[in-house]
Structure formats: structure tokens, C-alpha cells
Design a protein around this ligand. Structure first.
Ligand code: MD3
Ligand code: FE
Length: 213
């Protein structure tokens, strides 16, 4: 079965779920690339928020670094170790552009946040609004790839108190959030241990979010 035969589910206006977008070989390739980059000096770290709370995940930013203290993007990791960020591999950016196209969006990703959730990994309800105002206003999408263990993805509306839905994100799934859904609240609930394809990711869940600054 090729990608043309797979479905693109519109979850709400501007929000698209592409189950099985990544083939198993693509997942393996992305996983090993992220593992390699993650071992470098400017690799994975555990972000500490301005509240002093540690985020319940390991993060690695490519292209630009998301500063967990200021919520700004920068070229050096000034809240971590001052190291320069590593570039986004062009092959990965191209894959994200292809996913966006299937949802009728155009994006040129220049930021890639790689999140590694362990078995107790979580990400509280939030909006992604630290990119340029022009990007947000134009509704240029965020593209996400999930690899490894399944998680419970939570997404709501434009207000924190809006009703939420839960969707299971499986290894190989892509999600595209743009247009009127670009500023929807979302988060990650439970990660379901040992649910990923064997031998692809060491443990837990890997998530890649491609963004345009
Ligand atoms: C909805 N990551 O890195 S990906 C994040 O699974 C983030 O690691 C989650 O939220 C994760 O900021 C969710 C799906 C996703 C990504 C971006 C969005 C959903 C989104 C942007 C706007 C609305
Ligand atoms: Fe987010």
C-alpha cells in the first residue's frame, strides 16, 4: 500500500491525522538519525521551565533552540549549555513538507523539536505560539511525526477550557495542525509502554515537530 491509498483524517478544521504516514524503514531511519544527533554535545537534555519545574521529557532542538526560560527561539542554547544548535537534516524537512502537502498546506520547516518521552513522559496542555507572529497569523502548520510507543494525544480548542478529544498516536503517524487549528491547545497524556514496533526506538516515544519560525 502506498501513501496515496492511506487516509488523511480531518479531526477539525485545519487539523489532520495521517495514520501510518511513515513506512517502517522511514521510522527506523529517522529514529537512528535522532539517536545519533542526540548523542552529540548539543543533543538531548531535560528542559527546566521558568517555574523551576523540569519538563517530563528529553528534548533536542534543531535549526533553532526553544528556550524554556524565555519561550524564545535562539541559535545557541543559552538556558542549557550555550552550545550552537545542530541543523535540521534536509531529508527530514522534505518528509514534513510532503505530509503538509497531503493536508493542503505549505511549510518550509526551519525548526525541528525532537521530544523523547519515557514511560512517565507527559506534556501539559499548551499552545505553540512562540513562532513569528506572521507565521501564526498565516496559519502555517506544525507537522508532527510519532515513532515508538503509542501515546494518548489530547487536543482542544482555542480556549484552554474548550472541550478536549483524545486520539491515540501510533508509531508512523503524522499530524498536521494549521490554518484555524494552528493555535489549538494540545498535550500528551499517557505513553503506553511496549506498544511500539520492536527495535525501532530504544524505549518510550519519540516525537518530531517541524515548524517554520
Ligand atoms: C496542535 N508535542 O512539541 S505533537 C510540542 O507529541 C508538542 O510531542 C506533542 O505539543 C508531542 O509542542 C504533540 C502534535 C501537535 C504538534 C503541534 C501542534 C499538535 C499541535 C500545534 C498546534 C496544535
Ligand atoms: Fe505543542
Amino acid at each position: 500500500m502506498n501513501q496515496q491509498d492511506k487516509q488523511t483524517t480531518r479531526v477539525k478544521e485545519g487539523a489532520f491525522h495521517l495514520p501510518g504516514f511513515l513506512s517502517l524503514p522511514e521510522q527506523e531511519r529517522i529514529a537512528s538519525l535522532c539517536l545519533e544527533l542526540g548523542k552529540n554535545a548539543a543533543g538531548f537534555y531535560q528542559p527546566v521551565l521558568r517555574s523551576g519545574a523540569k519538563m517530563r521529557l528529553r528534548m533536542m532542538c534543531l535549526g533553532r533552540h526553544w528556550n524554556a526560560k524565555t519561550y524564545n527561539y535562539e541559535l545557541h542554547r543559552s538556558d542549557v549549555d550555550g552550545l550552537a544548535v545542530q541543523p535540521i537534516p534536509a531529508t527530514l524537512a522534505k518528509l514534513a513538507e510532503r505530509a503538509a502537502t497531503l493536508a493542503d498546506f505549505i511549510v518550509r520547516p526551519d525548526i525541528l523539536l525532537v521530544n523523547w518521552y519515557g514511560k512517565d513522559g507527559r506534556l501539559g496542555l499548551h499552545q505553540d505560539k512562540d513562532e513569528r507572529p506572521e507565521t501564526l497569523q498565516a496559519g502555517i502548520p506544525v507537522v508532527s511525526f510519532s515513532i515508538g510507543d503509542t501515546c494518548e494525544f489530547i487536543f482542544g480548542g482555542l480556549s484552554r477550557s474548550d472541550p478536549r478529544k483524545k486520539i491515540a498516536l501510533h508509531s508512523g503517524d503524522a499530524f498536521v495542525f494549521g490554518g484555524p487549528a494552528r493555535l489549538c491547545f494540545h498535550g500528551v497524556g499517557r505513553v503506553l509502554p511496549q506498544t511500539g514496533p520492536s527495535g525501532v526506538w530504544p524505549s518510550g516515544r519519540l516525537n518530531l515537530t517541524f515548524r517554520q519560525f
